[in-house]
Ligand binder design. Structure first.
Ligand code: SDX
Length: 444
């Protein structure tokens, strides 16, 4: 971030304020309003943070107009094609691509931390079998701080590093155990002779009674899905991790908060909702009915997997994901996959429709991912856990950047208050029923 050379003049009822303007290495300039309230006694108002930069960062850059996504300056297309997930983890964590030796040392370190404390298995067993795997991931990740006290002191660089390694190493084991628990199969331990994606697939799909060979093409597709979801600037769940971390909460608690936020259907939960929507549409001839519903202001239905706060052009991850979907389905011999046919036709129709063009709605990362994950054998309930697994390195990298930022302050937004003020208290005998009280039908 360059020092402010330019300023913007804000005139508030005759009082002029000079607000610094900073120029980034890429993307829009920012207006520094940190002194606005102190000098101008006004807040800015930006529900949903549509025009607000919450921090400066060197990790991920998105150009929504160009459909560009870069991790530490490397394009997502290059990384998806030429790199692999643990190398991308190193890049996001430390800022540069590793040398061969650094890569080996880092990957060995991750491999050495994939097991969970044996006592943690009882945590899983406390859930109902039909618990959504995301509820289990929220709970178990939050509980990591109860087992790994020696990596919760955020003021100690070594503990921060150990927590980062443990989080990235253990999240596949936690996600796989959540899946196994939900289908009543025994947990499968990680193996140190397998790469990260193969290990995860084996922990999900191997059973003790049979030999399990990981299909290398599926492992590559899995690894690419991890890379495509690894980080994405200041999205809702990353902002949640940053806000939780700004209070000094331990890293495991912060990641658990990020998982909880990601679960929502407007965010990471959209991959599960998108596949359910494609299944509900069922056949190509029913697409117009659903497109009409998505355009109907009176219908809350939205095309899940479409639209994005930042991308007002294609989501580059969706393009790579679509190519992967073709590859994986062809490999698996699932040629006439009706769901993929519906997805492609829905994309074609939507992209030609005036409503979607005018509102700049394109398929996002969640539109095709479910088709691949489903073809690989995952139930829809495991789609968002896979997203959470992939994004853990992004959350950890952003958390580390925030914790070491000399400008770190606890995040504490203000508000535009529109409620009552200065009301006089009356005794209950003198009060009338409040019209806002909600009478629950049949409830007490
Ligand atoms: C992710 O932020 C990130 O980077 C997130 C993410 C990441 O990697 O971390 O990229 C991952 O969360 C991807 C998005 C997954 N969510 C979905 O696919 C759910 C469906 N899409 C949306 O609900 C919506 O598009 C959002 C939440 C993604 C973005 O919402 P915005 O930016 O707040 O936009 P909006 O809701 O104000 O919509 C703008 C207009 C509205 O119409 P008007 O009120 O202006 O008339 O577009 C319409 C919306 O009704 N619209 C849609 C739509 N998405 C927006 N209409 C139909 N179908 C949709 N999917």
């Amino acid at each position: 971030m360059t020092d402010a050379k330019r300023t913007a003049t804000l005139n508030i009822e005759g009082k002029e304020l000079e607000l610094p303007i900073y120029s980034p290495s890429a993307g829009p300039d920012v207006l520094d309003i940190t002194k606005l309230y102190a000098q101008g006694k006004v807040f800015t108002y930006d529900p949903g943070f549509t025009s607000t930069a919450s921090c400066d960062s060197t990790i991920t850059f998105i150009d929504g107009g160009e459909g560009k996504l870069q991790y530490r300056g490397y394009s997502i297309e290059d990384l998806a094609e030429k790199s692999h997930y643990l190398e991308v983890c190193y890049l996001l964590l430390y800022g540069d691509l590793p040398s061969k030796e650094q890569q080996t040392e880092f990957e060995d370190r991750i491999t050495g931390h994939t097991l969970l404390h044996d006592q943690m298995q009882h945590l899983f067993r406390g859930f109902r079998r039909d618990a959504h795997p995301m509820s289990i991931m929220c709970g178990v990740v939050g509980a990591l701080s109860a087992f790994y006290h020696d990596s919760t002191d955020i003021t100690d660089i070594n503990q921060r590093e150990l927590a980062s390694i443990r989080m990235i190493a253990k999240i596949p084991t936690i996600a796989a155990h959540a899946y196994k628990y939900s289908i009543g199969q025994p947990f499968v331990c990680p193996r140190n002779d397998l790469d990260y994606a193969s290990n995860f697939l084996r922990m999900c799909f191997a059973v003790p009674t049979e030999k399990y060979e990981v299909n290398p093409v599926l492992a590559k597709a899995m690894d690419r899905i991890f890379t495509l979801h690894a980080d994405h600037e200041q999205n809702a769940s990353t902002s949640t991790v940053r806000l939780a971390g700004s209070s000094g909460a331990n890293p495991f608690a912060c990641i658990a908060a990020g998982i909880a936020c990601l679960w929502g259907p407007a965010h990471g939960g959209a991959n599960e909702a998108a596949l359910q929507m494609l299944h509900e549409i069922g056949t190509v001839d029913r697409i117009p009915e659903f497109v009409a519903r998505a355009k109907d202001k009176n219908d809350p239905f939205r095309l899940m997997g479409f639209g994005h706060r930042v991308y007002k052009n294609f989501d580059p991850r969706a393009k790579v994901m679509k190519e992967s979907a073709d590859e994986v389905l062809e490999l698996l011999g699932i040629e006439d996959n009706e769901t993929l046919k519906v997805a492609k036709e829905l994309e074609r129709i939507a992209l030609e429709d005036e409503y979607f063009i005018e509102k700049k709605l394109y398929p996002n990362v969640d539109f095709y991912s479910g088709i691949i994950l489903s073809a690989m054998g995952f139930p829809t309930s495991m789609f968002t856990p896979v997203f959470a697994l992939s994004r853990t390195v992004g959350w950890i990298s952003q958390w580390k950047e925030m914790i070491t930022d000399p400008k770190l302050k606890i995040g504490r937004p203000r508000q535009l208050y529109t409620g009552a003020v200065d009301r006089v208290y009356t005794d209950v005998e003198n009060r009338l029923p409040t019209e806002k009280y909600l009478k629950f039908n049949g409830g007490s």
